[in-house]
Each structure stands twice: as C-alpha cells, then as structure tokens.
Design a protein around this ligand. Structure first.
Ligand SMILES: Nc1ncnc2c1ncn2[C@@H]1O[C@H](COP(=O)(O)OP(=O)(O)OP(=O)(O)O)[C@@H](O)[C@H]1O
Length: 259
C-alpha cells in the first residue's frame, strides 16, 4: 500500500492529534511515513513525540528562503511573478526532514497567504511536494492541513488519495465537513472520509452518523482525558494508552480497505 492523505476540519477538532496518531501507527506497521505540518497553528512534531532538542532543529520550509527560491526560481513572498510551477522535490524529505519514532516530519511554517487563491512560491513548493513526490510501495504521506477550507482554494492538497475530515459531535464541525466535501470534489478528490473525535457516548456517535453517509465514516475516537494530559506534558497522544491505539488502528484498517 502507498497513499497520500490530507487531514482537515474545523479549528480545534483534533486534526493534529489524529494526524500524529495515524502517522505513528503507520510507522509502527513498517511504512515510510512523511508527515507534513501544513498548519501554521499546529506543532505536529510535538504531537508526534519529538524531543524538544530535535524540534528546535526543525527549520520550516517557508524560512528556507534559498530552497524555495532555488526550486521555484522565484523570490519567496512574491506574488504574480513567473516561477516554475513544478519544482523538483524528490530529494526534499531526505535532506530537510527530521525523523523520530520512525516518522519524518516536514514543517511548512507560516506563509503570508494573500488570500485563498494565493500561488506564492511557498505554496507552489508545498503543492509540488504533495503532487510530485513519487511514492514507493510502502510510502505514506500524512498532511496536517490548516483549519477550515482556505487551503482548498490554493489546491495545496490537490493530488491526495483522500481527505479525512475530523469532526466532533457538533453542528459547526459538520458544516465544515460539508464545505470540504464540496470543494474537495471540485478539485477532483473523490474520497472524502470522516473521523468522529471526542465522542463521549452512543448519542454523540449517532449525531455524527445522522449527518454523514454511513460508508464515509471511518470510525470514532472517544473523548479521552489521557490525550489532554499528553498534550499538557508535551507527549505524543499515541503513547497515552492502548485504547487510543486500538481506535486509531480500527480507523486505519477501514481506510486501507477503501483507498
Ligand atoms: N479524543 C480527544 N479527547 C480529548 N481531547 C482531545 C481529543 N482529541 C484532541 N483533543 C484535544 O483537543 C485540542 C485540540 O486538538 P488539536 O490541536 O489536535 O486540534 P486541531 O484541529 O489540530 O487544532 P488547530 O485547528 O488549532 O490546529 C488539544 O488540546 C487536544 O489535546
């Protein structure tokens, strides 16, 4: 199996938590995992369990001005200029990623977006990374996207195999799901799935299932105080307890069956 997935959803629903847990699981299963932190508000490396010293060594791509300029033939932060739209990217994971617990992480950093249609060089590079990285048979890319739907306008996750929209049992996150579904379909991504997070009981599950087509729901992760605790202690939620691992494994198995 090889795949590229983008994790998205409303702010605060648990995108980073889920992206980190599913990345750790695939690494444990022997896949080569590249986790892309495309959310300026997240710290995916922290959620993956990277030690602080290693996190300090991470330079976001947006700050590698020379790399962005070299690959896109442009000045970073510039708009409307002509630059190469298909920069070479295959060496980037090896050269610029930090690895821990078997997961490579690539941090995009903060990019001055200039609106939803922005094609600034940093986004061109990110788009190229997700579109043109050639995957081997046991390669998985997990992208933690920024909250909301703006990234869909920029198409930074255009060529992924699937979008996974994390929702919680509330109307607003389901509204985001519906918008993501519409826009992702518009850019040609047909596989859009839901993971219900922070569910406390059957009623919560049924609320989500009432709003989502049954075969789109990959499963649920319970509201778990250990996840909150691990966040507070700068540990990976994946290591919090076995119940969480079981839930993530069940979701991942269902995903493998539909990818
Ligand atoms: N299943 C869960 N049980 C309890 N707390 C959770 C669960 N999942 C996530 N959280 C907590 O919810 C908060 C938000 O999670 P996270 O940062 O993963 O969300 P996000 O969608 O990536 O947020 P943002 O939009 O800000 O990037 C964190 O404090 C996290 O520890």
């Amino acid at each position: 199996m090889k795949m590229k997935i983008a994790i998205t959803g409303k702010g605060g629903v648990g995108k980073t938590t889920f992206a980190a847990m599913v990345s750790r699981l695939y690494a444990e299963e022997g896949y080569n995992v590249l986790s892309v932190d495309a959310d300026p508000d997240a710290n995916l490396a922290l959620a993956l369990g990277f030690p602080k010293e290693l996190i300090d060594e991470i330079t976001p791509i947006s700050e590698m001005k020379n790399l962005v300029a070299e690959r896109t033939g442009s000045t970073p932060g510039s708009f409307g200029t002509m630059f190469k739209m298909n920069p070479k990217v295959n060496d980037i994971p090896e050269k610029y990623c930090k690895q821990y617990n078997g997961v490579k992480v690539l941090t995009m950093g903060t990019v001055d977006t200039g609106g939803s249609g922005c094609v600034c060089p940093e986004h061109v590079l990110l788009k190229a990374l997700t579109s043109h990285l050639i995957l081997g048979n046991k390669d998985v890319i997990v992208m933690d996207m920024e909250a909301g739907i703006e990234h869909l306008g920029r198409g930074t996750a255009k060529n992924v195999d699937a979008f996974i929209v994390v929702v919680e049992p509330g109307e607003r996150s389901l509204q985001t799901y519906r918008k993501v579904k519409q826009l992702a379909t518009d850019i040609g991504v047909e596989k859009i799935f839901v993971v219900g997070n922070k569910v406390r009981n059957e009623e919560d599950k049924n609320f989500i299932l009432g709003e989502v087509e049954a075969d789109c729901c990959l499963g649920f992760i319970g509201y778990n105080p250990s996840i909150v605790e691990s966040d507070r202690s700068n540990l990976s939620p994946y290591d919090a307890n076995d119940k969480i691992k079981e839930e993530v494994r069940s979701i991942s198995n269902k995903l493998k069956g539909v990818i």
